[in-house]
Design a protein around this ligand. Structure first.
Ligand SMILES: C[S@@+](CC[C@H](N)C(=O)[O-])C[C@H]1O[C@@H](n2cnc3c(N)ncnc32)[C@H](O)[C@@H]1O
Length: 250
């Protein structure tokens, strides 16, 4: 298991369980469908990629033979270990862009995946394919093509208003929301048999926590593009009125 990702491109740890809870507590609550498809069984060995603070992973603890939660954020993994470590549940800080073959032996892999740069996207899926036992399943959820379009455009506009060139602003947006066509073609090219692929329109109510709402969400999910600005300008970019159309929902 390569627990140490190469430092180049790995970036700073933008996640904390507190900020996640204030701004995105709805994410693990929206996992009922994926959990239904995963259908955890006592003999399953589960790999949860992008497990965050472990609230979703907790669905497997005590229900399967073994579960391993991986996340690139040290802060999130610390929270997962604190709240959900058991004899059959382990958590490790791993950037999934650098998964390797030592993870072999899983019967089920799940992922909630938001940031994988273009050079490593296919490699991640290949590594997951390599991790699975014969007839193992990979069940995952991520933003699909056209996800959060207003806020996506608004963050780019906010960077431009703060002096970043438009091409550079587009370049630093790490979000990757593929179409069904891209996903099916890529998965099949790697050797997966695609049983089901669904795109769901799911406007989501933002939290009302004083540290949450659209500002908290942009601070957390937009932390990496906001790094294109000097620290003193980041709050101005977060507080721009251009997020109005996403004030309550994303
Ligand atoms: C939206 S959160 C989902 C967390 C959890 N699965 C849940 O349902 O609450 C996305 C998580 O993906 C992790 N993540 C993003 N890019 C990653 C990468 N390249 N490798 C591993 N984890 C990554 C983040 O650190 C974050 O904890």
């Amino acid at each position: 298991m390569g627990t140490q990702a190469p430092t180049s491109g790995a970036g700073a740890d933008h996640w904390t369980a507190e900020a996640y809870s204030a701004s995105a507590a709805f994410v693990p609550r929206l996992t009922q469908k994926i959990l239904h498809y995963l259908d955890p069984q006592p003999t399953d060995r589960v790999l949860d990629i992008g497990c965050g603070d472990g609230k979703f992973t907790a669905n497997f603890v005590d229900r399967v033979e073994y579960v391993l939660g991986l996340d690139a954020s040290k802060g999130m993994i610390e929270a997962a270990k604190r709240d959900f470590a058991r004899g059959n549940a382990e958590y490790r800080t791993v950037d999934c862009r650098y998964l390797d073959q030592e993870l072999q032996g899983g019967s089920v892999a799940s992922a909630t995946w938001d940031k994988v740069d273009p050079t490593t996207r296919v490699a991640v899926l290949q590594a997951i394919h390599g991790c699975l036992k014969p007839n193992g399943s990979f069940i995952f959820e991520m933003g699909g093509h056209g996800n959060v379009p207003e806020v996506h455009a608004a963050i780019i506009a906010a960077l431009v208003h703060q002096g970043v060139k438009i091409e550079a602003a587009r370049q630093v947006m790490p979000w990757f929301f593929p179409s069904e066509t891209w996903m099916r073609k890529t998965l099949e090219g790697i050797g997966f048999r695609v049983e089901r692929l669904e795109m769901e329109y799911r406007p989501t109510k933002l939290t009302t926590d004083e540290k949450g709402g659209i500002e908290g969400w942009v601070r957390l999910m937009g932390a990496s593009p906001l790094e294109a600005l000097d620290e003193g300008k980041r709050e101005d970019a977060v507080r721009e009125p251009i997020y109005t159309s996403s004030k309550n929902h994303i």
